[in-house]
Ligand binder design. Structure first.
Ligand code: HEC
Ligand code: HEC
Ligand code: HEC
Length: 508
C-alpha cells in the first residue's frame, strides 16, 4: 500500500465524529506514576519491548486484537516504516496532520503515558500534555471503548509494541486551525461522551455488533455524511459520504439505495474478503480497512457487525445527499441487462479527437479489456470482475469508478493479493490517462454497463485526481474569524462615534 493511499484513507478520519454512545468512565486500574510505571524503552528498536511483563500475555494478545479491530496501524505507521512509529502525513480538508509515534518509546512515543492519559487520548482526544488532538485521531468513535478494552489496549501498546526512539514531523495547520484549543468548542458541540449502554431489548450479539460498529471499527466515520463543521449528520447515519477520492456508499438496509438486498452471509463475506461476486469489491479506504483490520476479526465479531448493520434504519433517496439513480424500486445491484455490450468502434478510426462513446470504447479496449474482457464481462473465475451490474458502475455517483481508474485496487486478504494497476498520475501507474480520456471511458462504462443517468466531465475527473472534493471548513473558519474581527471593529467604531458625539456635545 502506498503512503498516498494511506493518506487518502485517513483523510476520512480527519473528519471523524461518531454518533457513538460513549464511555467517559475513568480507566480502571490506572497506574499512579508516569515514567515510574513504565520501564525505560529498549535501545533495540526492532525487537519487541522487553518490558517488565507486568501485563499477562493473554491481556496483551487481547489488546493486539482490539488494536487490529481499531486499525490503529493504518494511521500510525508509514509504508515500510516501523509499526506504530507514526509520521504518516494525513491529508485532511483543513491541512496535513501528522500521526504521532505511539510506540512505548519514552523519548519520542507514549512510553510515559499512564493508563489514564492513554484513556483520555483515546476517548476524549486529549494528549498527555493536556493539548487537544485533532479528530483525525478517531477519538469520537473510540469513546465507546470500555474500560476493560482500554486496559487491554494499554497493555498491548506498553508491552507488545517495540519502542521506536524516533521523532515524527510536526503538524503545521494554517491559521486558525493551528489553535488546538478550538477543538474544545468542537468537542463540546459534537463529542458524545456518554458511556455505552447495552440495549436490554436486543440480543448480546446485536449489542456486540453495535459496540464494534460505533467504536473500534468506526464504520460511520466514513459512511455517514458530514455537516459544515465536519460533524457526522446523525439523522443520515451510514447513508453514504465522500471520503477523499472514494465514495463510501449507503450501507443502510434500504433495498434500492443501500444494501438491503444483501444477506447476512453476503455482508460477512464482503467484510472478510472485500468481494461479493457480481455486486461489489472493495477498493480505496475500504480495501485498507479490510486489509489491516476487518479480515482479522473473528467470525463471531463479523457476524455481530452484520446483525447490527441489518437492523439500523433504512435511508432512501429522500434522506441521502445525492440524488440517487433513476428506478428507485430496484436495487442498485440489479440494473437489468447491459444496454449494449460492444458498440461499433472498430474501423471508425482511432485518431485523437474521436468524440464521446467511440473515444471511451477505444480507451477501454486499449487499457481495460485485457483484464475485464471486451464486453466488460470479467473473467470466468471472477478474479477480474464484471463491470456490469457493479457497485462502482451503478452506484449513487461515478466517483468510485473514477477513483478506481485513477488509483487502482490494492487489497490483501486471506485468499491472496487483489491488484488492479492505476491509470492516474502517481508513480507506478501503468498509464497516465488524461482527464478527457478518463471522462470518455467513464461515460462509456456508465452508459453501457451501469447507471446511465450519470455523466462525467473532465473537471469531475480532476477533482478526484486531486484527492476528492475539498472541504470549505477552512474558508468558513477564516470567514468566521474575519466576521468576528469585523464585529469587533464595528463595535469599536460605534463606540468611537458615540464618544466623539459625547465630547462634541460636551464642547457645545
Ligand atoms: C484515522 C487515523 C487514526 C487512527 C485509526 C488512530 N489514530 Fe491515533 N492519532 C492519529 C493522529 C493524526 C494523531 C495526532 C493528532 C494530533 O496531532 O492532533 C493521533 C494521536 C494519537 C495519540 C496521541 C499521542 C501524542 O502524544 O501525540 C494516541 C495515544 C493515539 N493516537 C493512539 C491511537 C490508538 C491506540 C489507536 C487505535 C486504537 C489510534 N490512535 C488510531 C490518527 C489515528
Ligand atoms: C476508512 C473508511 C471506511 C471505513 C472505516 C469503513 N468503510 Fe465501508 N466503504 C468505504 C468505501 C470508500 C467504500 C467503497 C469501496 C469501493 O466500492 O471500492 C466502502 C464500501 C463498503 C460496502 C460496500 C457497499 C457497496 O454498495 O458497494 C460495505 C457493505 C461497507 N463498506 C461496510 C462497512 C462496514 C460495516 C464498516 C465498519 C465495520 C465499514 N464499511 C467501514 C469506506 C469505509
Ligand atoms: C491488470 C488487470 C486489470 C486491468 C488492466 C484493469 N483492471 Fe479493473 N480490476 C482488476 C482487478 C483485479 C479488480 C479488483 C477485483 C476485486 O476487487 O476483487 C478490478 C476492479 C475494477 C473495478 C471495480 C472497483 C470497485 O471499487 O468496485 C472497476 C470499476 C474497474 N476495475 C474498472 C477498470 C477500468 C475502467 C480499467 C481500464 C482503465 C481497468 N479496470 C483495468 C484488474 C484490472
Amino acid at each position: 500500500m502506498t503512503s498516498l493511499a494511506r493518506a487518502l484513507r485517513a483523510a476520512s478520519a480527519s473528519m471523524l465524529l461518531s454518533g457513538a454512545v460513549v464511555a467517559s468512565a475513568q480507566a480502571a486500574d490506572t497506574p499512579s506514576a508516569t515514567a515510574a510505571a513504565t520501564p525505560a524503552s529498549s535501545t533495540v528498536a526492532d525487537t519487541a519491548a522487553p518490558q517488565n511483563g507486568r501485563f499477562s500475555p493473554s491481556l496483551v494478545e487481547q489488546g493486539h486484537y482490539l488494536a487490529t479491530a481499531s486499525d490503529c496501524i493504518a494511521c500510525h505507521t508509514v509504508a515500510g516504516g516501523k509499526p506504530m512509529a507514526g509520521g504518516l502525513a494525513i491529508a485532511s480538508p483543513v491541512g496535513t496532520i501528522v500521526a504521532s509515534n505511539i510506540t512505548p518509546s519514552t523519548t519520542n512515543g507514549i512510553g510515559n503515558y499512564t493508563e489514564q492519559q492513554f484513556a483520555d487520548a483515546l476517548r476524549k482526544g486529549v494528549r498527555a500534555d493536556g493539548a487537544n488532538l485533532y479528530p483525525a485521531m478517531p477519538y469520537t468513535a473510540y469513546a465507546t471503548l470500555s474500560d476493560d478494552d482500554i486496559h487491554a489496549l494499554y497493555a498491548y501498546f506498553m508491552q507488545g509494541v517495540a519502542p521506536v526512539d524516533q521523532p515524527t514531523a510536526r503538524t503545521h495547520l494554517p491559521f486558525p486551525m493551528n489553535i488546538r484549543m478550538s477543538m474544545k468548542f468542537w468537542n463540546a458541540l459534537f463529542l458524545n461522551d456518554k458511556p455505552y449502554v447495552a440495549d436490554p431489548h436486543q440480543s448480546e450479539q446485536w449489542n456486540r455488533g453495535r459496540y464494534l460498529v460505533d467504536g473500534a471499527a468506526h464504520c460511520s466515520t466514513c459512511h455517514t455524511p458530514r455537516g459544515v463543521l465536519m460533524q457526522e449528520k446523525l439523522d443520515l447515519s451510514m447513508a453514504g459520504a465522500q471520503v477523499g477520492p472514494w465514495y463510501a456508499p449507503n450501507i443502510t438496509p434500504d433495498a434500492a439505495h443501500g444494501i438491503g438486498t444483501w444477506s447476512q452471509a453476503d455482508l460477512v463475506t464482503y467484510l472478510k474478503t472485500g468481494r461479493l461476486p457480481g455486486k461489489a469489491q472493495a477498493a480505496g479506504s475500504m480495501a485498507e480497512a479490510i486489509t489491516h483490520s476487518f479480515r482479522y476479526l473473528n467470525d463471531a465479531d463479523v457476524n455481530a457487525i452484520a446483525v447490527y448493520m441489518k437492523s439500523i434504519p433504512a435511508i432512501g433517496s429522500n434522506g441521502s445527499e445525492d440524488a440517487i439513480q433513476g428506478a428507485a424500486a430496484t436495487s442498485r445491484f440489479d440494473q437489468g441487462k447491459p444496454s449494449n455490450a460492444l458498440p461499433a468502434f472498430r474501423g471508425k478510426g482511432f485518431e485523437a479527437g474521436m468524440a464521446g462513446d467511440t473515444r471511451g470504447a477505444v480507451v477501454f479496449s486499449a487499457n481495460c479489456a485485457s483484464c475485464h474482457g471486451y464486453n466488460g464481462q470479467g473473467s470466468s473465475d471472477g478474479y477480474y470482475p464484471s463491470l456490469f451490474n457493479n457497485s462502482a458502475t451503478a452506484g449513487a455517483n461515478p466517483n468510485n469508478l473514477l477513483a478506481t481508474i485513477l488509483y487502482g485496487v490494492d487489497r490483501e486478504t486471506a485468499s491472496g493479493h487483489v491488484f488492479m494497476p492505476s491509470f492516474g498520475s502517481q508513480p507506478g501507474a501503468v498509464a497516465n490517462l488524461s482527464n478527457d480520456d478518463v471522462a470518455a471511458l467513464a461515460n462509456y462504462l456508465l452508459s453501457h454497463y451501469g447507471n446511465a443517468t450519470q455523466k462525467v466531465a473532465a473537471a469531475d475527473v480532476e477533482v478526484i485526481r486531486q484527492g476528492g472534493p475539498r472541504s470549505n471548513l477552512l474558508t468558513l473558519a477564516r470567514v468566521g474569524i474575519g466576521a468576528g474581527v469585523a464585529v469587533v471593529l464595528i463595535v469599536i467604531v460605534l463606540l468611537g462615534i458615540r464618544s466623539r458625539r459625547k465630547s462634541a456635545q460636551a464642547r457645545r
